[in-house]
Structures are given as C-alpha cells and as structure tokens.
Design a protein around this ligand. Structure first.
Ligand code: PLP
Length: 418
C-alpha cells in the first residue's frame, strides 16, 4: 500500500487529504502514516520468520509516544540511548524485556533504572562502563545482561557524520578490547554475558559493509566459544538505508536474506536495531510558503518550516523530496530555494527545486519520518511543530504544537532584589 499518494492532483496521507490536515493542525506539521510504520516493521518480522529474533526499533529515529505505541503493539522491541527514551518506551506501553540499551556514556543512574525495569541487554561501549555497571548491579543485588559493542573497522560508505564503524569513531571497542571485556565480564558475578553487538552507521545503501561486519562478529563469537564464553544473541545494529531521491538501498527482505546466509545454522538469536528504515518514509513535513522573493540570482520561497524543525539538509547535506500538496496545471515551473525564517544561511530545506508555486502554497517534505521532529529545537524561540498520526481516515494529534508560554515556562527572570 502506498501511504502517501496523489489523487486527482491532491496529496493524500492514507485516507485523508494533506490540505485538510494542514487546515486542521496548521503548519509546519509532521504527519505520520500508521500503515507505513506497521508495514516496514512487518517486512522485518516476515523476513525473520523461522529464526529466533528481536526487532528493536531505534527510538531516537522518531520517539513520539504514538509512534512507539504503534510499533509496540506489533511486537517490536526498542533500542534506546538514554533513560529518557526508556521512559518513553514504558509510557507507550513497550515491554522492557525487549529493550536494548546502547550509548557510549550511560550514567550510573540510567543503568540503575534500566536494571530496575529489567531490560533485555546493555550494549557496552567501554571497559570502564563494564566496571560501573557491575558496581551498580551489585549494589542493587541484580545481574546485568550485557553485550559488548565492537567496532569492526569497516567503512559503511555513508556520510561521515553518520558513519560509526571506523576505528577513528567514538563508538564501540576494538576486537581485542572486546575479548578482554568478555574475559573480565565472565569473572564478575553481577554480569551475565548475553550477546555481541555492532552498529556501523546509518543510511547504508550496500550490503557488503553489513556482511563484512557480521563476519567479523562471528569470528569473535567462535573465538569466545573456544574460551568457554557462549554468546546467545548477535545484535547487528540498524543502519539500512532508504530511498530519499535516487538511492537504491537493498530491500529489507534481501538484507535479512543476506544476514541469514552469513549466520548459517548457528544457534544465535538475531537482534536488529532499525530506525530510519522503519520511520523515514512513514512521515512527511507539511509547510506553507509565506512569501516569494525573486532576486537576480535566486528564486526564494520563504516557508514556515525551518532548520529548527528539520535540520538534516543543514547538518548532513541531506536531500529530501519536496512537492506541492496540490499539483497545478497553470503557472510556471521555476527553480526555487526553499528557505525558512531562521537567521542562518544554512536554513534551507531544499535548493534549486523545480516547482510551480506561489505565496500561500502548501508543500510536502517527504522522507521526514526519521531524524526529523526528534532533532528539532527551539532555536529563534520557535515552538516545535505539531505531530499527527494518520490511521486510515482518522487523524490523531500525537503531539501538540508548542506554545510560546511553554517555551518560556522553565526560565526565570532576575530576583526582585538584584
Ligand atoms: C542510530 C542507531 C541505530 C539506528 O540507526 P538507523 O540508521 O536509523 O537504522 C541503531 N543502533 C544504534 C546503536 C544507533 O546509534
């Protein structure tokens, strides 16, 4: 099913017109499709049928409670990187026993909360973290399930800011360090060795880096086994890319097929942490053209969404497809720079886009469901956009637009006697 499509020249999200959604919820506004979220998760689950597995959706990609609830109800687990994300998962009705906790600098207090609710596994990223976790677990009289995140030193061939599996990156530990951590972990009474973890980057469009990384993980699994340390699950991280423009990432099915082949008949539970490949193409950002401004060099469309709403173009030179909500037959197609109201030259969502627009036009930014709203900020004292989840012909306000009052709420003027 196509969740976002044009009918008689008007953009629809499932059964609702984008124009009607913009009228009801105003712009800028993120709109997610429940069917698209469920469809992507289903693709993973179907491809994994017949082998023990746990799909842990990477919460950081889109952490709205309604989005998490949709996925939790379909049986997803969750990959978290902070105690805040853990509380979101719990608030959305997610099962803590299906949570894996990633991140390079977990605080002792975060570990304690995760131990208290009983998560599936801590993905450790340093020897020092292992010692702290053991101490926290000992104090609580608990046993902490762990895996070590290895850095396999493979080039994910993606944007440098979203590449994590090279030895110069801050993530994970070397194979040798991992071996020492497992040996140490095996001696610690409050540590329970469960898995081996890896995540090499995001928006990967080729299979070979994944398979190289898995092969390196498997050789460590074998080496550990020969030393009497059994690994029960293999966490291969997330990172599968999506099509934003003309990328040709492997399908979820062919990715899983290749992973299954690489693992062979080893009795390992497979843990995955997909984020982008579940949420990116399940969301759009609706924005309105406030003004047009034509200079001798450029045609600017001043839109009401900005880099504080969607930072990926400014941060990663990301290209997102942008189309008008209504397809017009009259008027002229010109190359437009779509720029927001924020006082930065990097404040653009697209450049030189051939579009037929005028002031007041509604635009849809596609591929906005992952790393969109979650990376938004209040820069320029702009309230964050509303988030809406569409389910067939129903629209659910999943997050209200922030008001100015809310933006000022945590701040305090000077004391009266100062
Ligand atoms: C960000 C992240 C993911 C998700 O990556 P995607 O590219 O969105 O699939 C998974 N695991 C870890 C540890 C991450 O940091």
């Amino acid at each position: 099913m196509q969740s976002f499509n044009y009918r008689d020249g008007e953009l629809y999200v499932e059964g609702l017109s984008a124009r009607a959604l913009a009228a009801e919820f105003d712009t800028p506004c993120y709109v997610y499709s429940r069917a698209a979220l469920e469809g992507a998760l289903n693709e993973y689950q179907q491809a994994l049928e017949g082998i023990p597995h746990l799909v842990c959706y990477a919460v950081k990609a889109n952490s709205n409670l309604a989005v998490l609830e949709v996925l939790a109800r379909q049986g997803a687990g969750f990959d978290i990187v902070s105690v805040g994300e853990l509380e979101r998962v719990l608030a959305a009705g997610g099962d803590p026993a299906k949570v894996v906790f990633s991140g390079v600098a977990k605080k002792a207090s975060e570990m304690a909360r995760a131990l208290e609710v009983g998560i599936h596994c801590f993905n450790l990223e340093s020897a020092a973290e292992l010692e702290v976790l053991n101490q926290v677990a000992t104090e609580m009289d608990k046993v902490a399930p762990i895996s070590v995140r290895v850095n396999p030193d493979v080039d994910a061939r993606t944007h440098p800011y979203i590449s994590t599996g090279l030895k110069e990156n801050k993530f994970g530990v070397t194979m040798d360090e991992a071996l020492r951590m497992y040996q140490r972990g095996a001696e610690l009474p409050n540590i329970d060795i469960q898995g081996l973890d890896c995540h090499i980057g995001s928006q990967l469009t080729e299979l070979s880096p994944f398979i190289d990384a898995i092969e390196r993980q498997l050789s460590l699994v074998d080496q550990l086994q020969s030393q009497g340390i059994t690994i029960h699950h293999l966490d291969i991280g997330g990172g599968l890319g999506v099509r934003y423009r003309d990328e040709t990432p492997p399908s979820i099915a062919s990715y899983i097929e290749a992973v299954r082949t690489a693992i062979g008949d080893r009795p390992l539970q497979l843990v995955l942490e997909p984020g982008r490949s579940i949420a990116a193409n399940a969301g759009i950002l609706l924005t309105r053209v406030e003004y047009t401004k034509q200079t001798p060099e450029r045609n600017f469309a001043l839109i009401d969404a900005a880099m504080n709403d969607m930072i990926r173009p400014a941060l990663y030179q990301a290209w997102l497809d942008i189309k008008t909500v209504s397809q017009r037959s009259e008027g002229e197609v010109l190359d437009w720079d779509l720029v927001g109201p924020v006082c930065e030259t990097a404040d653009f969502l697209g450049k030189e886009r051939p579009l037929n627009i005028e002031a007041g036009e509604l635009l849809s930014v596609f591929g906005a469901g992952a790393y969109g709203f979650v990376m938004s900020s209040n820069y320029n004292t702009r309230g964050r956009a509303a988030e809406v989840l569409v389910d067939g012909e129903r629209a659910h306000l999943a997050r209200e637009r922030e008001t100015i009052e809310e933006l000022l709420r945590l701040e305090h003027r000077l004391p009266a006697d100062s």
